[in-house]
Ligand binder design. Structure first.
Ligand SMILES: C[S@@+](CC[C@H](N)C(=O)[O-])C[C@H]1O[C@@H](n2cnc3c(N)ncnc32)[C@H](O)[C@@H]1O
Length: 270
């Protein structure tokens, strides 16, 4: 069943501020597409585009890129961000894409398909893709790792403690971005030309506050915050203190390397 979340303005703003833009995934997608076709790429559609991290990265490779999302708050953030001239946004559900059959070269969905009515979305993606067009289904888990000098193991034990506290707080009816779920979707895709990739570790340097911001932008944390804001604040500030104390850094907000583990599958419509 399709879920309506991500409607809050603060949540959308946290997305724009903290989420990683996965340019390495875009490189993999365009390499896959170039192997399939010599044709110039015209239109890419990024479904569940949120604040547009993936949408804008696609711009150099296509004549036109359109990000679509049900959430007005997310699209407002996407529009407030700098965007190339060939990128536009539209508000619509993933299950009813406003495109003519066969006009799209690439459909992407990043950290989003687990929120959709998957059967309807995949039917729509198949309808709008041209023969030889590609589908890229991408996500990542909450299980980010941190690297910092010789205390990475200690930091990762603290992160594990954080994730273990957040996961049970989540409504079991909500979508779960889990590699096994995406592997099942991959198995159900009827296109014979397809590939599964797991994991692609993307490293980004960010201050500890940036790492905390990413976790706080997850629906795991947002759910806990809604149920028990005091507990959410206590948990987050406790974890931040533990990380800073393990790092023994002189700066109040030292930089750390975050490792985000992406899993994704690509498929080419026959
Ligand atoms: C976890 S966010 C990912 C956003 C972005 N793709 C990214 O990688 O940062 C999921 C997005 O999917 C959108 N979404 C959820 N259900 C949807 C649906 N049925 N149709 C269109 N968008 C949907 C949400 O509004 C949200 O912006």
């Amino acid at each position: 069943m399709a879920q309506r979340l991500f409607e809050g303005r603060d949540h959308a703003a946290a997305y724009l501020k903290y989420r990683v833009a996965p340019r390495e995934v875009v490189d993999r997608i365009t390499t896959f597409m170039h192997k399939k076709t010599l044709k110039r790429f015209n239109l890419a559609v990024d479904v569940g585009c949120g604040s547009g991290q993936m949408t804008t990265l696609l711009a150099p490779h296509f004549s036109q890129v359109i990000g679509v999302d049900v959430s007005a708050a997310q699209l407002e953030m996407a529009l407030s961000n700098k965007k190339p001239a060939n990128v536009t946004y539209r508000q619509c559900p993933a299950e009813e894409l406003p495109f003519v059959s066969g006009e799209v070269d690439l459909v992407t969905a990043v950290a989003a398909v687990h929120w959709f009515d998957q059967e309807k979305f995949f039917q729509e993606a198949d309808r709008v893709l041209r023969p030889g067009g590609c589908l890229a289904v991408v996500s990542y888990g909450i299980d980010m790792e941190l690297e910092y000098g010789d205390v990475s193991d200690t930091l990762n034990k603290i992160c594990q403690e954080y994730y273990a506290a957040l996961i049970p707080a989540r409504d079991p009816n909500l979508g779960v971005s889990d590699a096994n779920m995406y592997l099942d979707m991959f198995g159900s895709c009827s296109y014979p030309d397809k590939e599964w990739n797991n994991p692609l570790c993307i490293r980004r340097t960010a201050p500890v506050s940036g790492f905390m911001g990413i976790i706080e932008s997850t629906t795991y944390f947002q759910e806990l915050k809604e149920k028990d804001p005091t507990e959410a604040e206590r948990l987050s500030s406790g974890i931040k203190s533990k990380l800073l104390s393990a790092m023994k850094a002189s700066s109040p907000d030292p930089e750390v390397t975050m490792v985000v583990k992406y899993f994704y599958w690509l498929a080419c419509k026959p």
